[in-house]
Design a protein around this ligand. Sequence first.
Ligand SMILES: *Cc1c(COP(=O)(O)O)cnc(C)c1O
Length: 414
Amino acid sequence: MSIDAVPARSVDYNRVFAQAIDRLHEEGRYRVFIDILRNKGQFPNARCFAGHNGPKPITVWCSNDYLAMGQHPAVIAAMEEALHDVGAGSGGTRNIGGNTHYHIDLETELADLHDKEAALLFTSGYVSNEATLSTIARILPGCIIFSDELNHASMIAGIRHSGCEKRVFRHNDLAHLEELLAAEDPSVPKLIAFESVYSMDGDVAPIHAICDLADKYNALTYLDEVHAVGMYGLRGGGISERDDAASRLTIIEGTLGKAFGVMGGYIAADRTVIDVIRSYAPGFIFTTSLSPVLVAGALASVRHLKASTAEREGQQAAASTLKTLFADAGLPVMDTTTHIVPLMVGDPVKAKRISDILLREYGVYVQPINYPTVPRGTERLRFTPGPAHDTAMMQELTAALVEIWGRLELRKAA
Ligand SMILES: *Cc1c(COP(=O)(O)O)cnc(C)c1O
């Protein structure tokens, strides 16, 4: 068709796409991905390919490989061994040829980690939330999902795709949750979906109190432990292990891509629940299973962190040191009880500006966190110090931030 044959009022697709991108630029939240390579054995040191003069050394402060397990010798050895043993991919879905012995071993290990009868692997934590929540609620006719307002996008997607009713309760607000539960018909199926460690604010859910409400109103519970597995509890079973609450939860969900340092997601629950999700969730059924190489690495990581507490202790010590350094320097560090150290900026343009200066002038990489990851007006820098960040690095980082805070005339802590 020639150009002049296009009807006058046809859609200008390119213009619509360009306008969508322009809106992000106008709000200062257009996302720029930083091009890096991590240096195995030297994390948090990495190389950045942002400039034109070849890679530049940087220190990574925003990795979710919280415990540096992504470079742990046991993890790498297990992955190399699996690669040489069975090759690159699984070759199929779990149902058709892709159910490897590695997958079964890891599910057994994860069920044990959370003191549950069974576990189920997914290709990511995102997929595990989306697939499980959308499926379980569809199996329960008339189900209402009660969802914490700060729940992760993957849980929100699962709840939406379930097609069932949802009630959003104010973050960690037990009174509001109870009010919403009490307002519904007692005979209707209910599911409370929440997280243990909220990754942007670094606060923790009152798991026992939420389970008390679940008991009182006969609701199921779904807990996302993505930012806690590997890091809390004696064996890395998360906050539910630390608080001795695992047995009270219907489903515990986690990732293998953050503290476990590899990739993949999972749920752990009673055998029947796992069987239902395994049998009905499209996001589990119709996709190639994880590469056995990844599964072998995750298995080594989970096993290592079950036995070793050095990484967890190192991370807690680093987080506590960094919070103290920030607070003593008058930087607006948010009060958290976890390993997450957020500095509140409150403006997307400024957050990006600080991040740009840190990378360009100081070789410090911390990504600005903007809407929709956090609410507008609460834009921040989110630091995740771990066992490999030493005190000298933290002092340098603090000094850099103090200089930038002065240069940009930013608000200090009250
Ligand atoms: C990162 C994240 C996920 C998704 O996990 P992936 O394995 O990265 O897909 C799920 N829930 C929360 C709270 C997260 O922060």
